[in-house]
Write a new protein. Sequence first.
Length: 231
Amino acid sequence: MALPILETPTYELNLPSTNKKVKYRPFLVKEYKILLTNIEASANEISRVISELVDNCTFNKLDVEKLPNFDLEYLFLNIRAKSISETADVVVTCNCGNKIDHTIDITNLQVVKKLNIEPKIMLTDDVGVILRYPRFDEMLEIYDNLDSVKILELVSNCIDAVFTKEDYYESNSYSKEDLNTFVNSFTKKQFDLLEEFFRNIPKIVHHIEVDCKECNTKNVVDLEGLQNFFV
């Protein structure tokens, strides 16, 4: 006689970028095992595993590969909270070198949004660009290898369209070589306009204030990124 199959509970949340309601489920034991075996994997492999996990747990209803980074992180953390624990243990390192254990409530994590983020940026009176939010795989690669070349590549890849007074060029209408030539023609001030957009994109931040018993210093830390809450 076959053993019974357990019914998996479902939950709902609102996607931060669109406020669209999304149904999700916890990940299963077999999925958790895959996650555990990839903790030390490359950025590309971690991105693939987490994206597939989120896709499965949201019943393949989202175009996960195109989701902004903060949407996918928010989904993953909520799935993790329902799958493993609603808390996560982190370590805060004081300036004196003492390591302080601290527990945070994942259900209190929120996406911090700044008002009036404008994706349309005028580079000159006649030429402008439309930017998109970076995807999870793009941001994970930046975390893994933070250098000026990667940052330039990220900014370039997130140009969704280029326009003039007469023409509008979508990203699928020009080559990567053409895009690189275009971006390399920017002045520093023009590129700074694009960097400002990326500095202000929504992100998950958890504010921590914890006292060090060794030197009596109050440590104030803002945690960002999935690496602090991975498993």
